[in-house]
Design a protein around this ligand. Structure first.
Ligand code: FMN
Ligand code: SF4
Length: 487
């Protein structure tokens, strides 16, 4: 993962934890209305993909155990990992693109209700993503994948050459001088060679991309209806990071067909998706979205764009907006040959999941000030929509302060919940000192990047011989943290 060049090492310092009485008097542990729902506290576990679904997208016992373990800490909301709205192969990621996925998801909902005594509301994050290919072996790229055009013939000065001859000339040239052949390729071809081919929302020459605005509202609406019938309390539309909806919102969306360019055009599809979902879910279902307070990448959205979009979402009637930052493909690191680019490996990835090696600002709460600006824009417009922020928050004092001074209405703790799902119960009961603090080393994120079952270094080797515990297939890691041993 990319790290700021300053390389300053930061340590968590939670300061004093509250007594049970102070926690009871805090805003953090006070209920909050979210649309028609009443949250038991203003705490939130943001979506985290744990790579535990079956290869064909079904819920597994490992998924159920994972979310039940989070629920035993009784946060206000848990958002289930990004779940695909299409019924297409996507590896061990959850899917909701067909009714056959509903029974598994229903089991998950039941497990969370039971483990939290009904205190935790369960949301599902609905995602669409475009295709990305592995970084090819250059030989295969020139022999098979590259589409040969007359511009290659012209660049090689072989105007009459047949396709095989052009491929052979390019490959030979590459073996002699990769730079020289690279210079003959278009920017997209070079990217396909160096990073792996990646579709963009601006590829309107491809019919399935051109027609996304016609297809996506229905796909999201059907998925949302399934989520409601599985029993989820809320829907979080994934409009963040490197995926389709975020790319429509981004200032990098230069489509000229009415769905890109100006902010008004970029927000059209996200609003159309929301309208379709709302129509299916009705007023008693909670619907909101997660989007970026800042794209971070050059040419992308900045916080003023995000404030504008936030206001548009709130005016349209969303029940919450949840803010992340960065996590884009545009600045991702080059993968190895055969690997897939991962959108959390560049500076934007750093901003999304900041690591303890940081700059002068440090990794903690980097999304608090942007959230404040976006929330203020809503409040100035008379909109009371709750705003969720997340990013490097691990202690009660920061969480409470940011609520008290109006930076956000709900606090998300992703990696801190993974490090210790009992954070919420421990802090609420005055036992904050027992919290296992996240080290922000991103061991978990590296597992995610490698598409491996996500666990935390603080607990995954503990008590491996305990009877009945679920372990990773190699038997080396436990899948969920041991239960909290109360004093
Ligand atoms: C293993 C892992 C998987 C993640 N998966 C998702 C995801 O599915 N959807 C999403 O919006 N964010 C995802 N994130 C980002 C987190 O929700 C969160 O925004 C980020 O980790 C910063 O918050 P934190 O500092 O509290 O961890 C993931 C993070 C991690 C560590
Ligand atoms: S592995 Fe655990 S301690 Fe390390 S960053 Fe992830 S959640 Fe935090």
């Amino acid at each position: 993962m990319w790290r700021p060049p300053q390389r300053i090492k930061w340590k968590t310092d939670p300061g004093p934890w509250p007594t049970a009485q102070q926690a009871a008097d805090s805003l953090l542990f006070t209920p909050l209305a979210l649309g028609p729902l009443q949250l038991s506290s203003r705490t939130w576990v943001p979506a985290m993909v744990p790579w535990r679904a079956t290869e064909d997208g079904f819920v597994t016992p490992a998924n159920i155990e994972w979310y039940a373990r989070f629920a035993s800490g009784k946060p206000g909301v848990i958002v289930i990992e990004a779940t695909g709205v299409r019924d297409v192969p996507s590896g061990p990621l959850l899917r909701i693109g067909d009714d056959r996925f509903i029974p598994g998801l229903r089991k998950l909902v039941d497990a969370v209700r039971e483990a939290s005594n009904g205190q935790t509301k369960l949301f599902i994050q609905l995602i669409d993503f475009l295709s990305i290919r592995r970084r090819p072996d250059p030989q295969k790229f020139f022999e098979r994948f590259l589409r040969i055009t007359d511009s290659h013939r012209a660049a090689l000065n072989l105007p009459q050459a047949d396709e095989a001859a052009v491929r052979a000339a390019l490959l030979q040239g590459w073996q002699a001088s990769p730079e020289a052949v690279s210079a003959l390729l278009s920017a997209r071809e070079r990217e396909a060679l160096e990073m792996g081919e990646r579709e963009r929302v601006t590829d309107v020459h491809l019919p399935h991309i051109r027609d996304l605005p016609q297809h996506l509202p229905g796909l999201f609406a059907d998925a949302a209806a399934r989520a409601r019938s599985a029993g989820f309390d809320g829907i979080e539309l994934h409009y963040a990071h490197a995926y389709t909806m975020s790319s429509f919102l981004s200032a990098l969306n230069t489509r000229e067909d009415g769905w890109g360019g100006a902010r008004e055009a970029r927000v059209r599809l996200p609003l159309a998706v929301y309208a379709a979902v709302r129509e299916r879910v009705g007023k008693d279902g909670v619907v909101g979205c997660r989007f970026l307070a800042d794209d971070i990448v050059p040419g992308g959205n900045r916080v003023d764009d995000a404030a504008w979009f936030g206001e548009a979402f709130a005016r349209a009637g969303m029940d919450f907006i949840s803010l992340s930052r960065g996590g884009r493909f545009e600045d991702a690191k080059q993968p190895k040959v055969g690997g897939v680019a991962y959108p959390y490996t560049g500076p934007s990835g750093y901003e999304c999941m900041p690591q303890y090696i940081s700059d002068e600002q440090g990794p903690f709460g980097r999304n608090v000030e942007p959230a404040r600006q976006i929330r203020q824009r809503l409040r100035d417009a008379g909109l009371q929509t709750p705003v969720v922020t997340a990013g490097g928050i691990y202690d009660f004092a920061t969480a409470e302060r940011l609520l008290q001074d109006g930076a956000a209405d709900i606090v998300g703790l992703a990696r801190q919940s993974l490090a210790d799902p009992d954070w919420f119960e421990k802090v609420r009961s005055g036992q904050g000192a027992a919290v296992n603090l996240c080290r922000y080393t991103n061991y978990c994120e590296a597992l995610d990047a490698g598409h491996e079952v996500v666990t935390c270094e603080l607990w995954d080797r503990k008590g491996l011989d305990a009877p009945g515990i679920m372990k990773t297939p190699d038997g080396k890691r436990r899948m969920v943290p041991p239960p909290w041993q109360h004093d």
